[in-house]
Design a protein around this ligand. Structure first.
Ligand code: HAM
Length: 432
């Protein structure tokens, strides 16, 4: 029988990649904590209607990309294509939004049946952030400053840029949609196929079209900014002023409309040129209508999600992973003979008490001295600890530095931890 492979577009994250993932997760969690966000964990599966009612019936995600199935009770369930809908559902269901500000974040796999390519997968991972209960541009600005702080911590600042836009209230968008459709209808035959279809279903998404001729036609089209309601315009101006005051650079992209229906007012994307076609690493905006649309009390909200695979790809390709991010052993303890092996096991336990953040490998599996030293070397450990007959009788340990080229030395047990502290570099990022 043939081997069974993973499903196309669904990747294993292998042991040599997971330290980078952990570094990204740890750095993000630290920064979110610093702004008062708390983690929430939602199920991966929800009722299909949750996504239809929030993301919107005529979006790419709901029309073409959801993993939807009937469970054994005949209910229609869907693997979550994103986290905002489930987060609102959970927060509302547990009364977290009642008369208070809530700052929540989540991480985990999302599922979309898209055509896989670099940076685009069918199972991918997001870290998402949602802030409920604040309606002003001050929190929009704070959310963007928080993302900027993350890029700085990761060394990504020179490689990403911020695009923002306002898409106004549903009424403003309706008026604009009519004007856009009226204009584009005269050029219907010249539009790309997708845009022709969208003219009927979701005309604002035509602004996002990658087709050159469509973009050329859009040059003289009515612009959304001219249709904005006063409140949305004030809100957007307030956001721009705050970003200017904070010194955060951005570009206003009037064509930025986002592909999910729940947004209103502020929308934004952080994009990079270093990933090819899939250049959006973080995206979000304001969605003041969603909580009430899902049955809750009207609650303003703003949030975003970032694509972990894309960020990991960037960290790897731009060589931004700190040396200290690794899963290498610190010490390799090997004893010769039965008494030596027993002593090696005992000493290792003692060292794990004394230095709980270190990776300490105790040789198992026998073999001669040479093969044991080879394994010590291959483990990546900084120092091998050797317990042979001489060491046992003298109550000493021989330390052989494996990376630094320093001479090996034999020390008494009482000097051991202090000597090791001098030989090991500070506890690595991946364990601290
Ligand atoms: P989204 O733009 O659909 O927004 O996804 C956010 C990010 O997830 C994208 O910018 C991208 O980095 C990553 N992403 C999306 N699809 C894929 C894929 N197929 N493969 C790899 N990465 C992908 C949302 O999901 C909203 N829930 C964001 C939000 C939160 N808005 C308000 N709160």
């Amino acid at each position: 029988m043939g081997k069974i492979n993973a499903i196309r577009g669904m990747n294993d994250i292998l042991p040599d990649q997971s330290p980078t993932w952990q570094y990204l997760e740890r750095t993000t969690a630290r920064i979110l904590h610093g702004y008062g966000y708390h983690e929430i964990r939602m199920p991966v599966v929800e009722q299909t209607d949750l996504f239809k009612r929030s993301i919107g019936e005529v979006t790419d995600i709901v029309e073409k990309e959801m993993y939807t199935f009937e469970d054994r009770n005949g209910d229609s369930l869907t693997l979550r294509p994103e986290g905002t809908a489930g987060c609102v559902r959970a927060a509302e269901q547990h009364g977290l939004l009642y008369n208070q500000v809530r700052k929540l974040w989540y991480t985990g796999p999302m599922f979309r049946h898209e055509r896989p390519q670099k940076g685009r997968y069918r199972q991918f991972h997001q870290i998402g952030v949602e802030c409920f209960g604040l309606s002003g541009p001050d929190i929009d600005a704070e959310v963007l400053l928080m993302t900027a702080r993350l890029w700085k911590a990761l060394g990504l600042t020179p490689h990403v840029r911020l695009e923002i836009n306002s898409i106004g209230t549903p009424e403003a968008r309706r008026a604009y949609r009519e004007a856009l459709v009226a204009y584009l209808s005269d050029y219907r035959d010249e539009l790309d196929d997708d845009s022709q279809r969208r003219l009927e279903t979701n005309p604002l998404r035509i602004l996002d079209s990658k087709a050159q001729h469509t973009q050329a036609l859009l040059k003289d089209a009515p612009v959304l900014a001219d249709y904005l309601d006063d409140e949305s315009r004030d809100h957007f101006d307030g956001l721009c002023r705050r970003l200017d005051a904070a010194g955060l650079e951005y570009a206003v992209n009037p064509g930025l409309v986002r592909g999910l229906d729940y947004y209103g007012k502020t929308v934004f994307e952080w994009v990079t040129d270093s990933l090819g076609a899939q250049g959006t690493v973080c995206a979000g905006g304001r969605y003041d209508g969603l909580v009430s649309q899902l049955g809750g009390k009207p609650t303003p909200a703003v949030g975003f999600a970032m694509g972990m695979e894309r960020l990991v790809l960037m960290l790897e390709s731009l060589d931004l992973i700190p040396d200290s991010v690794n899963d290498r052993a610190d010490l390799y303890v090997l004893g010769m003979g039965e008494a030596g092996e027993a002593e090696a096991a005992r000493l290792s336990e003692h060292l794990r008490d004394a230095m709980p953040d270190r990776m300490i490998l105790t040789h198992c599996g026998g073999g001669g001295f040479k093969s044991r030293m080879k394994k010590a070397d291959r483990s990546g450990a900084a120092v091998a600890l050797i317990l042979g007959e001489d060491e046992l009788s003298g109550d000493t340990v021989t330390l052989k530095p494996l990376r630094s080229g320093e001479e090996q030395r034999t020390v008494s047990r009482s000097e051991l931890t202090e000597t090791l502290a001098g030989l090991l570099s500070p506890v690595s990022e991946s364990t601290a």
